[in-house]
Design a protein around this ligand. Structure first.
Ligand SMILES: Cc1cc2nc3c(=O)[nH]c(=O)nc-3n(C[C@H](O)[C@H](O)[C@H](O)COP(=O)(O)O)c2cc1C
Length: 350
């Protein structure tokens, strides 16, 4: 078999994610998934400067704060980056306007099917719109309504999750969505896995967990240490105790907080059953349990009672590495996997 060089393998990888890199305007089709409190100017600019695509997590920021964060990021990189807006934010229209005024190239609308007026505003402003597709029917609907790219995120991911794994979502969606690039997310920690999804038809990938503990991440040292210590099995979805009181599943590291959340639900349920709380008040009480908890973990380092959102790929976080090193590692693993296929098999193995 002819020699297959690392350069040929890299060229093949570049062909596989060409649609993704063209869409993002990057060297590699690796997006840093927006993470509230974590994905601010330093991590976002580091990702973009390393050839990937950083995304600012707007989270609960208001328009003024978002404008400052965008300007701060633009001061640290002249490469493309995006902004992730949560669709239920009460000031969504103003946040879109801020992105348009700051000439952000890509807006990600997350947290539900984006409202028509926000979609129109993004598109009319000439900005590329990225949306999350949790199922094939919704993927088709999003493409029809103008999404320029989709992210499909499996339940392996950190943060708020849907019920279906990336293994299944990819099979359900990738063969049928050809009009726009599709980026896959959830549980990705190695380049060989990235390669496999590109070969299935993905145009690129989105990773969160592996970048959360990066050197450039402003997350508290306790938060990073918790990531480095944790195994995949430590990153579990939040548990709902009673179907009358829905809990949005969030994947994170099990800690005192997650145990207390169960006790809190049980106590709230008892108060509802005894008539001390109405159904609405009990639901609010459950929802408020985690208010401010992600900030407490990420910024203050309270990894015991705070919310340490993390994906199952947390087991593949083994050190605090610079973003550029993580990206290089991912690319090298994909290239190595391509080269391994061209090694002639030994007579014994044949
Ligand atoms: C700490 C943390 C916070 C996150 N916050 C957000 C968020 O604010 N908005 C969002 O769309 N996704 C959020 N995510 C999901 C990521 O953007 C990304 O899609 C996910 O981490 C990919 O899966 P992985 O963690 O297995 O790499 C968050 C993930 C983590 C780990």
């Amino acid at each position: 078999m002819a020699e297959y060089s690392p350069e040929q393998a890299r060229a093949q990888l570049d062909r596989l994610w060409a649609r993704g890199t063209a869409f993002l305007g990057t060297q590699v089709a690796i997006m840093g998934g927006a993470m509230s409190w974590v994905s601010e100017r330093h991590l976002v600019s580091a990702l973009s400067n390393a050839g990937g695509f950083g995304v600012i997590a707007c989270g609960s920021m208001g328009p003024d704060l978002l404008a400052k964060e965008i300007a701060g990021t633009q001061a640290l990189t002249n490469k493309p980056f995006g902004v992730n807006l949560i669709t239920m934010h009460p000031q969504l229209d103003d946040l879109v306007r801020v992105c348009l005024e700051a000439k952000v190239g890509h807006v990600v609308l997350a947290g539900g099917i984006p409202p028509g007026n926000a979609v129109r505003a993004v598109k009319d402003g000439g900005v590329k719109l990225i949306a999350f597709a949790p199922a094939l029917v919704l993927a088709k609907r999003l493409v029809r309504s103008g999404a320029d790219a989709l992210v499909i995120e499996g339940s392996e991911a950190g943060g708020h999750i849907g019920p279906v794994s990336l293994t299944v979502l990819a099979q359900e969606i990738l063969p049928h969505i050809k009009d726009v690039p599709v980026f896959v997310a959830g549980g990705l920690g190695r380049g060989d896995a990235i390669l496999a999804y590109l070969e299935m038809g993905a145009s690129g990938v989105q990773l969160g967990t592996r970048f959360a503990a990066a050197k450039e991440s402003i997350a508290h040292p306790n938060f990073k240490k918790a990531f480095i210590r944790a195994a995949a099995r430590d990153a579990l979805p939040s548990i709902q105790l009673d179907e009358r009181f829905p809990v949005i599943p969030v994947r994170g590291l099990v800690n005192e907080g997650t145990k207390r959340f169960l006790a809190h639900q049980a106590e709230t349920l008892r108060k509802f059953q005894s008539g001390e709380l109405t159904k609405d008040a009990a639901q609010l009480d459950i929802e408020h349990f985690w208010a401010g908890a992600l900030r407490r973990a990420v910024i203050e380092g309270d990894v015991e009672s705070g919310s340490v959102m993390a994906g199952q790929s947390v087991g593949m976080v083994t050190a605090e590495q610079p973003v550029a090193e993580i990206i290089r590692e991912l690319v090298d693993q994909a290239v190595a996997a391509l080269i391994a296929r061209h090694v002639p098999s030994s007579p014994q193995a044949a």
